[in-house]
Design a protein around this ligand. Structure first.
Ligand code: MN
Length: 294
């Protein structure tokens, strides 16, 4: 299946080597981070790749303790293992392999993110990703919301040499289950050796993360896990030739043309709004976790 569309140009390829522990149980390689005034990844703000890492059985659930978010969405994709979450509004849930949690923090959520209880008791492998998606200014102070997207709700589009899971957005006739505030695509791509081509809308920010495997992108750049490829907006397709089985994440979207001011877990449009977020969190206006609720 060859497209007749022009290929998007590769703008940069970045190898991800830095790694750090988030909380006491999420070993993260940060693929990209909030970049202040540099808004070239918009509508995406941050991507952390978690593991794959093997954990022994433990006494206590590891992860990230109570912390806030405001002004954007956190999208958690679990590939192996289980994560659990709990928040200040009394929501709690599990994210199992293949599932995605799409949390709209909007005006503010305080939550914790932990290993699943069976991962704690039995040990095992955890592999996941957390993507931060920006909200347009008009939605930043909206009501928080969760979308628990189960593996079964996420359609898979067969490709000649692979399979594309549509978490958000669409590919041809397949629509992802996530409701989004701006036009964007989040695709989880598994490919076999051979050539795979994907059509991607003109004018979308286009980021491809090679998580695992060896690939040749647009017939010119050798890219292997873990590397980030940023493409230009013009052009309507990309080509990936895999020489091994490969796992990729494809993130595309219409940029949000608004100022971005980020500070830790808050992503707003101005410094004044960041100060308000810090104050509201400190004053308990985003809620607190109720320890008795566990
Ligand atoms: Mn969080």
């Amino acid at each position: 299946m060859n497209t007749t569309k022009t290929l998007k140009q590769i703008e940069s390829v970045r190898k991800i080597t830095e790694s750090h522990m988030v909380g006491d149980g999420l070993p993260v390689r940060q693929v990209f981070s909030p970049r202040g005034a540099d808004n070239t990844f918009s509508p995406f703000i941050m991507l952390d790749y978690i593991g794959p890492a093997k954990f022994p059985p433990m006494e206590k659930q590891k992860g990230v303790d109570e912390h806030p978010h405001r002004g954007f969405e956190t999208v958690t994709l679990v590939f192996q293992g289980v994560l659990e979450h709990r928040d200040s509004a009394g929501n709690a849930g599990r994210i199992e392999a293949g599932d995605v949690q799409w949390m709209t923090a909007a005006s503010g959520v305080v939550h914790e993110e932990k290993h699943g209880k069976e991962l704690m008791r039995n040990g095992g492998v955890l592999e996941a990703a957390q993507l931060w998606v920006n909200l347009p200014a008009k939605d930043k102070m909206g009501k928080p919301k969760y979308q628990a997207l189960t593996a079964a709700s996420i359609p898979t589009v067969p490709l000649e040499n692979g399979a594309l899971r549509i978490v958000a957005g669409r590919y041809r006739d397949a629509h992802g289950p996530a409701a989004t505030h701006t036009e964007l695509n989040v695709w989880d791509l598994r490919i076999r050796p051979g050539v795979s081509e994907l059509e991607i809308p003109e004018s979308h920010t286009t980021l491809v993360v090679v998580v695992e495997g060896e690939t040749l992108v647009n017939d010119s750049e050798r890219v292997s896990g873990l590397e980030l490829v940023q493409f230009g907006r013009s052009g309507g397709a990309i080509r990936v030739e895999a020489s091994t089985e490969a796992h990729l994440l494809v993130l595309t979207g219409v940029p949000i043309d608004e100022p971005v001011v980020s500070y830790g877990p808050f992503v707003m449009n101005s410094q004044a709004e960041i100060h308000a977020a810090i104050r509201d969190y400190q004053e308990g206006k985003m809620g607190r976790l109720d320890d008795s609720a566990n």
